[in-house]
Ligand binder design. Structure first.
Ligand SMILES: Nc1ncnc2c1ncn2[C@@H]1O[C@H](COP(=O)(O)OP(=O)(O)OP(=O)(O)O)[C@@H](O)[C@H]1O
Ligand SMILES: [Mg+2]
Length: 267
């Protein structure tokens, strides 16, 4: 099993250093650094307004940072659009999943990248190919989509989340950014999604898992970073921080001082 213990930039897929993002007078990010490498889940925790969405939008090419460095595979990049981020292997699964509930599972799976069959001047959506791939990709993760033509809205919330992740993996993502993938799910569905996140990680992808839920983070995370008012309060490997301490950090860093002493000043 792949397990990275450090965060040196040689093996990081993505690294950002000191990223700042202003919206007019609002400082949404105030010097954020993080990295994620192959085969690891980095959990990004933070309360409302901490800057989580702004950070993932910066990573996924929606926002341009006001200042700071952004490296992919150790090389500086500047994304002009989400397409640039996708081309660099960074795929973001937003909470609304960007799916059309009444369209079929396979149509949603291939949305925007429809396989096309051509004969002479005629071309059309290659439904057979799309159905086969969708069925096979979902089977691999233990979800039996009996009919890939069924509307995606008929799947459970956890299954839909898995479809969105499987779609990103199939199209070659190296880093997956998951925005609160478990926040709307019950226990069984959450466990399905967390298991899948772990499976994706063990295949060598890097995952940035954004959540409010420390338990969900702790279940699959290799490293944790807490955002608070646009700043990272710290970055910890799992063996460096207990779940209670992580919860305290989330709660606003009230225990920060004592924790910092406990950890030998790593904050
Ligand atoms: N487009 C924008 N224009 C102006 N201010 C913004 C914009 N986007 C975010 N902000 C501000 O930046 C700060 C961080 O917001 P952000 O949405 O990144 O937080 P968040 O951690 O995602 O919160 P939540 O958990 O509520 O989703 C907030 O003060 C927010 O009001
Ligand atoms: Mg948000």
């Amino acid at each position: 099993m792949l397990q990275r213990q450090n965060n040196n930039s040689e093996t990081s897929f993505i690294e950002i250093r000191n990223v700042v993002k202003h919206f007019g007078a609002v400082i949404a990010l105030n010097g954020v650094s993080l990295s994620v490498g192959s085969g690891e889940v980095l959990c990004l925790l933070g309360d409302n307004g901490a800057g989580k969405s702004t950070l993932i939008k910066t990573l996924s090419g929606v926002h341009k940072p006001t200042s700071g460095e952004f490296l992919v595979d150790g090389k500086p990049v500047e994304f002009g659009s989400p397409r640039d981020a996708l081309d660099a292997g960074i795929a973001t699964v937003y909470q609304d999943l960007a799916m059309i509930p009444l369209m079929s599972v396979s149509r949603n799976f291939f949305m925007g990248r429809e396989p096309v069959k051509r004969i002479g001047p005629l071309s059309w959506f290659d439904r057979k190919f799309a159905d086969e791939v969708t069925h096979e990709e979902m089977r691999k993760i233990g979800i039996d989509v009996r009919d890939p033509n069924q509307a995606v809205g008929t799947l459970s919330g956890g299954e839909r989340q898995c479809v969105a992740i499987a779609r990103a993996v199939y199209f070659g993502a190296k880093v997956l950014i998951l925005d609160e993938p478990t926040s709307a799910l019950g226990v069984a569905q959450t466990s399905m999604v967390l298991k899948y996140i772990d499976a994706v990680r063990s295949r060598g992808l890097g995952v940035i898992f954004i959540t409010h839920n420390v338990r969900h983070a702790y279940a699959v995370g290799n490293r944790f970073t807490v955002l608070n008012r646009g700043k990272t309060l710290g970055m910890y490997r799992k063996d460096e921080i207990a779940i209670d301490a992580l919860q305290n950090l989330m709660a606003g860093g009230k225990e920060l001082q004592s924790l910092s002493e406990e950890l030998g000043g790593t904050i």
